[in-house]
Design a binder for this molecule. Sequence first.
Ligand code: MLT
Length: 205
Amino acid sequence: MTELSFLHRYEPATDQGLPPLLLLHGTGGNENDLINLGRKVSPGSALLSPRGKILENGMPRFFRRLAEGVFDEEDVRFRANELADFVAEAREAYGLEAPIGLGFSNGANIAAAMLMLRPEALAGAALLRAMVPLSDAPKTDLTGKRVLMVSGQMDPIIPMENSARLAAVLVSSGADVQHETLPTGHGLSQTDLQLLLKWFAESGK
Ligand code: MLT
């Protein structure tokens, strides 16, 4: 574990032709959580996996919230910029291209905020159980960036209207969005993995 501005885990690429992944865990997770998922969905990619700096009752997160699904948007802005700065630092330190974000829940939400505020930080993103992170985000240009969103129809935290709104914001910014809604809740399922495998395989084309 190396420290730049975030405590993080880094695994170098074994296939230089593949984009690096920025792995972003959910509430209560850490830098180890998504390593196996990253290895599975894009074998050979470099993996950069920071730990969120906010602690909510001891549980790491990437930004503060006022209640479940209710965000401290000033903190969202601050933390998205801070994380984008870390990505720039890590790219320099490890010699990386812009990574593809792979985030779950709170990690997906900070990735969505980075797309809105610092689009240069990510080459694209796979957002698992994401919701709108900022009620009024500046209009950014996401042309050429692929985004996969996978939402759960029975997600108790994220109403379907909310994830649809996030997809619409990303589409209106020019991103190439694939939004899938599964008959499941907030937790991940085998179908999430299948969708990720297919989406990552297609990015090589
Ligand atoms: C968030 O706080 O980002 C969302 O409520 C999802 C979660 O982390 O539980």
